[in-house]
Design a protein around this ligand. Structure first.
Ligand code: ARG
Length: 493
């Protein structure tokens, strides 16, 4: 079979090594279906603009439906990419006089950019859904644990008591921002480069608005040179995914630490655990370790994208072919990591006793004691900080006499003479009271946590409505495309 791409300009054929080096066929499986959509929309528009005849339009569309049915396996994999092998298959089916007209006014440059955007927007939509699921799971777990005491950490040292709900909502807020970033990326991904041809657009009277609408894009990209050459939307998406993975890796790290005997705050479900081939007693949090590890894969993809786009001259350069596999790797890895994290969180056993027990270790109520001295005895915070700092050298449970002795030393006065009582001190050292006093916006007090969880669940409902809106606007456009294809072919698309 003669190579429809090379047969004119080039005389020798590439050897296997060269084919393997230059081909994008294996990554192009990601865009096979998108390419058929692009071919269909372009063909319909070519006919509507009077560029190809109706009989050619319907034969091409029939051929495309057949190719879609046969699947990517039937294509000739010795071509350098999906676009040319698909076109070649079409020409085999319907003849060159018909099939050879499909690529009028088009280049693989605008074609591939359009395909990538179509596949990526679907991936972003699925990712939004997966992230919403994870956020919901975190919030549900939080609402079961608004009273579950735990030590909060800074520098991984016991710092102040808090609740497990407070900790989980912190992670859920990070995921909320991740969702916003993906929605932001989507708005820049869902723009249509088709009609830009190689880079200088085309002298054919194409209707770019028509293909945009048939393919469900929100807008056309306004400069044909920018449209074919930019991959900033990949960088932006991979960057948002890297951020997600960084957030997941932080959760994973905590799950790993919390599963250790030293902490024993949580126990992962067996489904998310592995064991050792030599130590029969082991239950290891491998899924969390892999989420942590896979963050490296996604960050690596972002680095690859940045490095290969940097300093590329306008417009299309083949370097860009190296970009997409990195994007797909990032997408696939991120989606599965979000899903697995959701499963881990939903099924993990929370050891509330161990958490509560450890919530006061390391004098975590020291800040509240100092604050109480300020509020009751009217001393400056810095002075109270010094007094409690000296007390912290002891057992972390100072009584009134010890407090007075240190205050006398530091301040020259007893705090019991300024209204502090043993009862007030006892309350300040109580972790439950510590938490209930922190009821301002963002604090761990159960009453504030319940409000916070409610408001986030509402936010999540709004996110879901936006995702449904985005999905259905694409679905409606594609339905319109399929009904046009059906009208020309008499076959269901
Ligand atoms: N496989 C190519 C890619 O992914 C498609 C575009 C080829 N364009 C070209 N001028 N060689 O970028």
């Amino acid at each position: 079979m003669s190579d429809i791409l090379r047969r004119g300009r080039l005389s020798s054929t590439p050897d296997e090594d060269m084919i393997n080096f230059t081909s994008s066929m294996s990554a192009d499986k990601w865009i096979f279906e998108a390419d058929i959509l692009v071919d269909m929309a372009h063909t319909v528009m070519l006919h509507e603009q009077g560029i190809i005849k109706e009989k050619d339009c319907s034969s091409i569309l029939k051929g495309l439906l057949k190719i879609k049915e046969e699947g990517i396996e039937e294509l000739d994999h010795s071509y350098e990419d999906i676009h040319i092998s698909l076109e070649s298959r079409l020409i085999d089916m319907v003849g060159e006089d018909t099939g050879g007209r499909m690529h009028s006014g088009r280049s693989r440059n605008d074609e591939v950019a359009t395909c990538i955007r179509i596949r990526l927007r679907d991936e972003l939509l699925s990712l939004m859904e997966e992230l919403s699921g994870l956020r919901k799971t975190l919030l549900e777990k939080a609402s079961e644990n608004t009273e579950t005491l735990m030590p909060g950490f800074t520098h991984l040292q016991h710092a102040q008591p808090t609740t497990f709900a407070h900790h989980l909502v912190a992670h859920s807020d990070a995921i909320g921002r991740d969702i916003e970033r993906i929605i932001g990326a989507f708005s820049r991904v869902n723009k249509c480069p088709l009609g830009s041809a190689a880079f200088a657009s085309t002298g054919f009277d194409l209707d770019r608005e028509r293909t945009r609408s048939l393919l469900g894009f929100d807008d056309v990209l306004g400069n044909s040179m920018d449209a074919v050459s930019t991959r900033d939307f990949l960088i932006e998406s991979a960057s948002a995914m890297s951020n997600i993975m960084v957030n997941l890796s932080k959760m994973a790290e905590e799950i790993i630490i919390w599963s250790s005997s030293e902490f024993s705050f949580v126990e992962l479900d067996d489904m998310y655990s592995s064991t050792s081939s030599i130590m029969p007693q082991k239950k290891n949090p491998d899924s969390a370790e892999l989420v942590r590890g896979k963050a490296g894969t996604v960050i690596g993809s972002l680095m690859a994208l940045l490095s290969l786009c940097k300093a590329l001259p306008l417009s299309y350069n083949r370097d860009l072919q190296e970009a997409t596999p990195n994007m797909w790797r990032a997408v696939e890895t991120t989606r599965s990591a979000v899903r697995i994290t959701k499963g881990m969180v939903a099924t993990m056993k929370v050891n509330t006793e161990s958490m509560a027990e450890k919530s006061v270790l390391g004098f975590t109520t020291a800040t509240e004691l100092a604050d109480t001295m300020v509020r009751v005895a009217g001393i400056p915070f810095r002075t109270a900080h010094q007094i409690v700092g000296v007390l912290a050298r002891g057992n972390g449970n100072p009584n009134m006499e010890e407090i007075d002795a240190v205050a006398k030393d530091v301040l020259g006065e007893c705090l019991s003479d300024r209204g502090l009582t043993a009862e007030i001190v006892k309350e300040a050292l109580d972790p439950v009271l510590n938490i209930s006093r922190r009821a301002i916006i963002g604090g761990p007090a159960p009453v504030e946590m319940k409000r916070a969880i409610e408001s986030r669940l509402k936010e999540l409902e709004n996110t879901k409505t936006s995702i449904t809106g985005l999905n259905s606007s694409i679905d409606n456009s594609l339905k319109a495309l399929f009904s046009v294809v059906e009208a020309y072919t008499g076959k269901e698309a």
